[in-house]
Design a protein around this ligand. Structure first.
Ligand SMILES: Cc1ncc(COP(=O)(O)O)c(C=O)c1O
Length: 406
């Protein structure tokens, strides 16, 4: 019989185990608790914004410029696309899920002549075939979603970067659900625009959009025959109005500069602290923590008799896409977990909405502190909905995985 107790009632909010926005570290929340500062004041520029963007270079593993803008992941994708692509430019879009399709739509809006390279959802990317397609098309840019949040898969960005280099194409990478959770080597992989948002593994609040720009991408913008048709999100305006000459920009060093879009000060304060925490932890430790936490989550799911959606060789360490047991409604699992056990996970998206569940292990939620309760709530909810599994089996397997992690 389903339990009549409500364990969520005493909580004021559900714990966010969705694949973003994710839980925030307490110091990041505290950073926002202050009166407004003036975004164009030098104190904010030199004391907060500049150090944050410079520190973000370490997180992006780049020596290039990291630009912080108001917006979200989509803003970063659109700003990147509209800045380097002119109408009629050929673009090869790798589409392996909902966010590959999003890239296709954005490229359509900027007038690209687009070819999609479709990948079966949850399946591996055929690199040889992609290389042949790139060779045949000679596109101006190749786009890839590093971590496809809709299917819980991670694609080999380093290899796609090599293909882009071989054909002289720009490499545009969506790292919305990977940066700061999975290794992303912007410079080493030849990423020309690394586009992401604040609310996932960076563990900052939703509202900032981030793009790192390579020298090749700046050159492509310089070679445009027509200016980008966006005022706010044309990245060249950032170079002209914001970047100092010593970093390849147009603003004489030490002189005041302008923000091409007014920057949200509270969100930047929060980002400053989020980045500090990431660098204090160290990237290597952070990636290992995400790998172990996601591995434990997968071990727990397997012990409950649940299968992963993607091919085992490309499972993501930040988003786990788990097949729901046959006959169980995914929407009911999510609402039961939230309303009765106080933990929010997600269903799948689009054509796998009814058959898969998604659990994020991002930022601070990549830990036993969050993974074990999430598995416990999943087990209890599935049991309430009629799925038979040994109580505690998932939690025990995950606990063992944490215990054995080196
Ligand atoms: C891989 C990926 N790309 C793009 C987006 C869109 O980002 P946002 O919702 O921040 O606009 C998301 C959001 O989940 C995502 O996971």
């Amino acid at each position: 019989m389903a339990s009549t107790l409500n364990w969520a009632q005493v909580q004021t909010r559900p714990v966010l185990m969705i694949p973003g926005p994710t839980e925030l570290p307490w110091p990041v929340i505290q950073a926002m608790n202050q009166p407004p500062s003036i975004q164009y004041d030098r104190g904010f520029d030199e004391g907060v914004l500049e150090p944050t963007t410079l520190a973000l270079r370490e997180v992006f593993q780049t020596t290039g410029e990291v630009i912080l803008m108001p917006g979200s992941g989509r803003t970063a994708l659109e700003a990147g696309a509209l800045s380097v692509i002119e109408p009629g430019d050929r673009v090869l879009v790798v589409g392996a899920g909902v966010f590959g399709v999003l890239m296709r739509e954005i490229m359509g809006r900027v007038g690209a002549e687009m070819t999609e390279f479709p990948v079966e959802w949850g399946g591996r990317l055929d690199l040889d075939r992609l290389a042949r397609e790139a060779e045949r098309l000679q596109p101006k840019a190749i786009t890839l979603v590093h971590n496809e949040t809709s299917t819980g898969t991670t694609y080999p960005a380093a290899e796609v970067g090599k293909i882009a280099r071989a054909t002289g194409s720009l490499f545009l990478l969506d790292t919305v659900s990977s940066i700061a959770g999975i290794d992303v080597r912007t410079d080493e992989w030849g990423v020309d625009l690394n586009m992401t948002g604040s609310q996932k593994c960076l563990a900052a609040p939703l509202g900032l959009s981030l793009v790192s720009v390579s020298p090749r991408a700046w050159e492509a913008m310089d070679r445009r025959t027509t200016p980008a048709r966006s005022y706010a999100y044309d990245l060249l305006r950032w170079r002209d109005q914001w970047m100092p000459v010593s970093r390849g920009g147009k603003v004489p060093d030490g002189t005041p500069r302008r923000q091409p879009v007014s920057i949200p000060t509270h969100l930047t304060e929060a980002m400053r602290v989020a980045v500090r925490l990431i660098l204090e932890e160290g990237l290597e430790h952070r990636f290992r923590r995400h790998a172990v936490a996601a591995g434990a989550l997968r071990a727990g799911a397997a012990a409950m008799g649940l299968e992963m959606f993607p091919d085992a060789s490309i499972v993501s360490n930040t988003v786990s896409s788990i097949k729901a047991p046959k006959g169980i409604d995914t929407g009911a699992v999510v609402t039961t977990m939230r309303d009765r056990y106080g933990i929010l996970i997600g269903t799948g998206l689009d054509k796998i909405r009814a058959t898969t569940l998604r659990i994020g292990t991002m930022g601070i939620t990549a830990s036993p502190h969050y993974v074990l309760p999430a598995l416990s709530a999943l087990e209890l909810a599935l049991r309430d909905l009629g799925h038979k599994a040994e109580p505690g089996a998932g939690v025990a397997a995950a606990q063992a995985a944490f215990a054995n992690a080196v």
